[in-house]
Design a protein around this ligand. Structure first.
Ligand SMILES: Nc1ncnc2c1ncn2[C@@H]1O[C@H](COP(=O)(O)OP(=O)(O)OP(=O)(O)O)[C@@H](O)[C@H]1O
Length: 366
């Protein structure tokens, strides 16, 4: 499990300002901030370019676009891209999600009410029920579903023709999709985390739409703390805007952004209180590891799942923590980030590898 960040929320994990998953507050403003066409969509050059070709070709043929699968972490712009696909095709869009489709009948109802060329956005497609998934195979390939009427031996399947439509499936984990489903998508786009310069552009664009004054350095400061995720960048921008209004003259500069994000406990690299608690325990209590996940979780007073699913993915991605068969270890960058010196260096030992304190491995690994 990697990206369902908020699926296990403990005390430090609840309501994280750096969570990639949308909260109620986000939903309210996101509609206003969504880019409306591919030209406005920042970054993801490869996906954008490929998608542009797919859509242009379909338009030129006067056909419905191929089914599209978008994979990537929460908040990277999958919903936004699906809306852009519909807009570029001049088609309406219907939005639903895997967990909302409990029964095949739910899916049949949606599919049978689609109009020709309509885009169906199915978020979290990996969480759909098995029977619905099987119905989707046929719908995607033949634009047809079999609706089963009745039960037991008397049950009959009534074939139902569907108008051609474009399915846009979104998933945090393309690898979890059954191959028959994956194979039915004509195009798969893997969304990457954004570079700081791209997030800076996202922040400037959003600041313009929200009528917020911000200079280059202010935007760079927020971008550097946004964990490669536009949703987090937009959320931090709103928090910093509040601070700038209340504590300064409204203009977001580097200093204002840094002070504001200190209040929200988001550090210069985007780590929040939970991330730092995990790293600090790893360094201070276990000499940098290796230490077992459960032991580490107890040390920070969180559930094991919270540490594994909420804090670790980002720490690993940032190269601050590594998972090894003997347990979690801190990397040299972790010591640097918290301004600490690994034990070997203090005692004059060789190297400063993440295996510091490795002698404790037998004690703490699982
Ligand atoms: N490339 C981008 N350029 C500008 N803004 C973006 C971009 N990608 C995402 N955003 C902004 O980030 C916010 C979140 O995007 P979106 O809802 O599309 O993410 P998502 O990947 O669908 O997330 P989830 O999987 O949680 O639904 C939106 O407000 C959107 O405006």
């Amino acid at each position: 499990m990697n990206w369902d960040e908020d699926s296990a929320a403990g005390p430090m994990a609840a309501d994280r300002v750096v969570s990639g998953t949308a909260d109620g507050d986000d939903h309210a403003v996101e509609a206003a901030l969504r880019p409306k066409d591919l030209g406005e969509f920042v970054g993801q050059e490869r996906v954008r370019e490929q998608l542009d070709l797919v859509l242009r070709a379909a338009r030129a043929r006067g056909a419905t676009a191929d089914h599209v699968l978008l994979s990537g972490a929460p908040g990277l712009g999958k919903t936004t891209l699906s809306m852009i696909i519909a807009a570029e095709m001049g088609a309406p869009i219907r939005i639903t999600s895997g967990p909302a489709i409990q029964h095949a009948g739910d899916l049949a109802a949606i599919l049978s009410s689609l109009t020709e060329g309509e885009v169906l956005f199915l978020d979290e497609i990996h969480r759909m029920s098995r029977p619905a998934e099987e119905m989707l195979y046929m719908a995607m390939e033949d634009f047809r579903v079999d609706v089963v009427v009745g039960k037991g031996p008397g049950a009959t399947a009534i074939p139902l023709e569907l108008p051609p439509f474009t399915l846009v499936g979104a998933t945090t984990r393309a690898g979890l999709l059954p191959p028959p489903l994956r194979d039915r998508f004509g195009f798969t786009g893997h969304m990457e985390f954004y570079a700081p310069a791209e997030l800076q552009r996202v922040i400037h664009r959003s600041a313009g739409l929200l009528d917020v004054a911000i200079d280059e350095e202010g935007a760079a400061e927020i971008a550097g703390r946004s964990r490669g995720t536009p949703r987090i960048a937009n959320r931090l921008l709103r928090r910093v805007r509040d601070y700038a209004q209340v504590k300064a003259d409204g203009l977001i500069t580097r200093e204002i952004a840094a002070r504001a994000l200190q209040v929200y406990e988001v550090d210069g690299r985007g780590l929040d209180r939970l991330d730092r608690a995990v790293l600090t325990a790893l360094l201070k209590l276990f000499g940098g590891g290796p230490v077992g996940l459960s032991t580490l979780a107890v040390a920070v007073g969180e559930e094991r799942e919270t540490v594994e699913e909420v804090a670790e993915p980002f720490l690993v991605r940032e190269g601050l923590l590594a998972r090894t068969p003997r347990g979690r270890i801190a990397t040299p960058a972790a010591w640097d980030h918290l301004g600490m010196v690994p034990p070997q260096q203090v005692t004059g030992g060789a190297g400063r590898a993440g295996g510091a304190g490795g002698g404790q491995g037998g004690l703490f690994t699982e």
